[in-house]
Design a protein around this ligand. Structure first.
Ligand code: SAM
Length: 355
């Protein structure tokens, strides 16, 4: 793979400004969050003629000083603009306030990542998720997921589900086009995909493979959905490469899963998939590859998300380049038979078969 990305055509004055945006990034992130969470952006949005600092301070019962420094930061952040002392919401301000994707990403940054990221350099040097220590003493975030503080869990699941929620309904017709009857959902988490499969096709049986903590949550959701007779749970530490997968499924499904592992472990997981597959089985890999994005904003978000894996999740995985995955698929002895681009917000589906 030869990587080509980016350019350096900016004028120096712009480059220096961009450098300052990075230098003050964490402070300005907190300012944007405060403008959102304290209700200031909402108030500004709801006043067509604009609103003054004093009016905001009075309505929200916040000190004028605090409102003033936040709004002035908001001017530089281009979240608000001022006209004759009255503040108006900008387009960027609207996205910070109203766009669900932006909200989910900001909450994930604040609740899951912000404190831990202070030790990012340590994670880089040691290959350990040193930021996870903020929450507890687990080797990876996955062992601790069900024990994280409620707000942290909310933001973690909010982030994870936002992306898969868009992708699943869109991809189900592809998953079921050959009428699969036995599906293994590897890393099936809270059972969202399995439940949707069971609803989509009333014959299919789905087995979720995941850690015990996640399966407890899945079990509850599956019971509530009335699908316990069609969805089985298989507790397993998937990093133990001596443990085999249940044999001869029609489909092995891995959604937003392989990005949780190092390249070495992905190879192990792909090889174990190949061993479990029959001649007609297929492995479906749904991932967000940073090189296969329609928008720069998506690539930017994925590069940032990689560092969550470095510092909080496990110290060794990332949002991959699609060529990383193609190489591992080849090495595992599987063959990439089909690629479906632009699924949901930013996903690609790889369909692999035995050679
Ligand atoms: C990012 S979530 C993806 C969830 C779901 N497939 C989706 O698309 O939304 C990754 C899942 O992999 C599971 N996982 C990570 N490491 C694991 C391990 N060592 N053994 C078993 N499951 C693991 C996590 O518990 C989690 O449920």
């Amino acid at each position: 793979m030869s990587l080509n990305y980016g350019s350096d055509k900016k004028r120096a004055v712009q480059a220096k400004f961009d450098a300052q945006k990075i230098a003050f990034g964490p402070i300005m992130f907190q300012a944007a969050l405060a403008l959102r969470n304290l209700g200031i952006l909402e108030l500004v949005k709801n006043t067509e003629a604009g609103i003054t600092m004093d009016e905001i301070s009075e309505k929200l019962k916040l000190p004028v000083y605090g409102v003033k420094v936040l709004l002035e930061a908001g001017l530089s952040l281009e979240l608000v603009r001022a006209e004759n002392d009255r503040f108006h919401l900008t387009k960027t301000g609207w996205f910070i306030l109203c766009d669900e994707l932006t909200r989910v990403n900001m909450d994930f940054t604040q609740d899951v990542n912000y404190l831990g990221m202070f030790t990012l350099s340590e994670s880089i040097k040691t290959g350990k998720p040193t930021g996870l220590e903020v929450f507890g003493d687990w080797p990876t975030v996955y062992e601790g997921l069900s024990q994280l503080p409620p707000q942290v869990q909310k933001s973690w699941f909010g982030f994870d589900h936002f992306y898969s929620d868009y992708a699943f309904p869109e991809i189900l017709p592809v998953v079921f086009r050959n009428n699969p009857q036995r599906i293994l959902d590897v890393g099936g988490n809270t059972g969202k995909f399995a439940i949707q499969c069971a609803r989509y096709n009333n014959q299919a049986r789905i087995t979720i493979l995941d850690l015990p903590g996640q399966l407890e949550k899945a079990s509850q959701q599956i019971r509530e959905a009335g699908m316990s007779d069609r969805i089985d749970l298989f507790a397993i530490n998937l990093l133990d490469h001596t443990k085999t997968f249940p044999k001869n499924p029609d489909i092995i499904w891995m959604s937003q899963f392989l990005d949780c592992f190092s390249q070495e472990d992905i190879l192990g997981l792909l090889r174990r998939s190949a061993e479990a597959m029959a001649e007609n089985s297929a492995l479906y890999i749904l991932e967000t590859y940073w090189d296969q994005q329609r928008y720069e904003a998506s690539t930017y978000s994925l590069h940032a998300t990689s560092l969550y894996f470095t510092n909080i999740a496990n110290g060794c995985s990332q949002m991959y380049h699609s060529d990383d995955m193609r190489k591992l698929i080849r090495q595992s002895g599987l063959e990439l038979s089909e690629e479906i681009l632009n699924v949901g917000v930013s996903h690609t589906l790889f369909i692999c078969r035995k050679k």
